[in-house]
Design a protein around this ligand. Structure first.
Ligand code: KG4
Ligand code: ZN
Length: 362
């Protein structure tokens, strides 16, 4: 089974060729990072235009690098949501065009499902892959933390997801990006905060734990036990900057910037780990998979390892951030389950993963 996968949900134009749902034959990513750096975040109009320019060469490179012929493909998988509408549509249209021209089946994939299936791909870290491929890894718990998402998902089987919790405001990565911006650290914020935090004192400022109620308009879960909130931490960081006489981080001392970065990172990673531990225990999961751009965070990795030991998996860095290989892995398993989409398939910018219903425990 060979799948061509395409991903354009945000600011990376990506294509990959994946064999048997796990072997990466090629994985091409054209990043728009430099384009968006000027704006301190993703600028949707520009993203869409950049996707249009990059999509054909990126797909051609992925096919060429894999040495794949069009005849060797079994299907085309593409991210149909969630994401920016103007970005998603570029990948989906490209996929539809190929399916029509080459008479291939189309498989629409949820971007978040892709972040989960990144763990199924062959990579240098193969301990958990054994369990994923050869054993019965379910139920497993997935924490997806990226610039657009913070979701805690219970996975009962291939394709069977249950949303346990999510953020009621900013995504974890978004919070890193916003705090980095107000500290004058640049974009993307996650790596910048991590670097600044290395020299900082994580205990200097105490970020108070957010109070989250199910009655909040954006809450979709059945319990508030697994809901996240990061906008309070962002406001707290802003207040610290202002209290120390700054409009932004550029007018603060390096020491102060480092201490705020370290304290913020300490709090956010604590909250992520606490809720993941709570869910892992409540649902007695066999494995914990952490994915999305924020899973690149060193401190998050260390804290998760300290809690879960060999039971927790992180993809290698190149599979943590957006890529098409993960869409190919998810698409392959969907293809095997018989998932097929019509060429009339539309993008779904607010596509959800699983239902927000918590079953009886036991
Ligand atoms: O998964 P991703 O590449 O794109 C989205 O789907 O959003 O995630 C990008 C996010 C950005 O917010 C970035 O700041 C964050 O991941 N990120 C990090 C780190 N590396 C990237 N956050 C914290 N620590 C990092 N080392
Ligand atoms: Zn992503």
């Amino acid at each position: 089974m060979r799948i061509l996968a395409i991903e354009t949900s945000c600011d990376e134009t990506a294509a990959a060729v994946i064999d048997e749902g796990r072997f990466i034959r090629s994985n091409v990513v054209a990043s728009q990072m430099d384009l968006h750096r000027r704006y301190g975040g993703v600028f949707p109009e520009l993203a869409s235009r950049a996707h249009v320019e990059a999509i054909a060469p990126v797909i051609e490179s992925a096919m060429a690098e894999a040495g794949a012929s069009w005849e060797s493909l079994d299907a085309v998988a593409v991210t149909k949501g969630p994401g920016l509408p103007g970005s998603l549509v570029v990948g989906v249209n490209a996929a539809k065009g190929i399916c029509l021209a080459r008479d291939l089946p189309l498989v629409g994939v949820n971007h978040l499902e892709g972040h989960i299936y990144a763990h199924w791909l062959e990579s240098e870290d193969n301990a958990i892959r054994q369990a994923l491929h050869n054993g019965d890894p379910f139920p497993l718990l997935a924490l997806i933390v990226s610039g657009g998402h913070t979701e805690l998902v219970l996975m009962h089987d291939h394709g069977r997801y249950q949303l346990l919790g999510h953020t009621v405001d900013d995504a974890a990565g978004e919070a890193f990006d916003k705090v980095a911006r107000l500290l004058g650290l640049g974009y993307p914020g996650g790596p910048a905060i991590q670097r600044a935090a290395e020299a900082g004192d994580p205990q200097r400022f105490k970020f108070s734990r957010p109070r989250i109620a199910l009655t909040m308009k954006t809450a979709r879960a059945d319990s508030d036990a697994y809901l996240f909130s990061f906008s309070g931490a962002k406001t707290h960081a802003l207040r610290l900057v202002q209290e120390h006489g700054g409009e932004d981080g550029r007018s603060l001392t390096r020491k102060l910037v480092s201490d705020i970065a370290a304290s913020f990172q300490e709090a956010v990673t604590d909250w992520l780990v606490e809720k993941t531990v709570r869910a892992a225990e409540a649902f007695n999961v066999k494995l914990v998979l952490v994915g999305g751009g924020v899973s690149a965070n060193k401190q998050l990795r260390e804290k998760m390892r300290a809690q879960f030991g060999a039971q927790v998996s992180f993809p290698p860095l190149f599979l943590c951030t957006d890529n098409a290989a993960m869409i190919g892995a998810a698409g392959s398993y969907a293809f095997l389950r018989g998932v097929r989409d019509e060429l009339t398939m539309d993008v779904i910018p607010d596509l959800k993963l699983g239902e927000a219903s918590v079953p009886e425990r036991g």
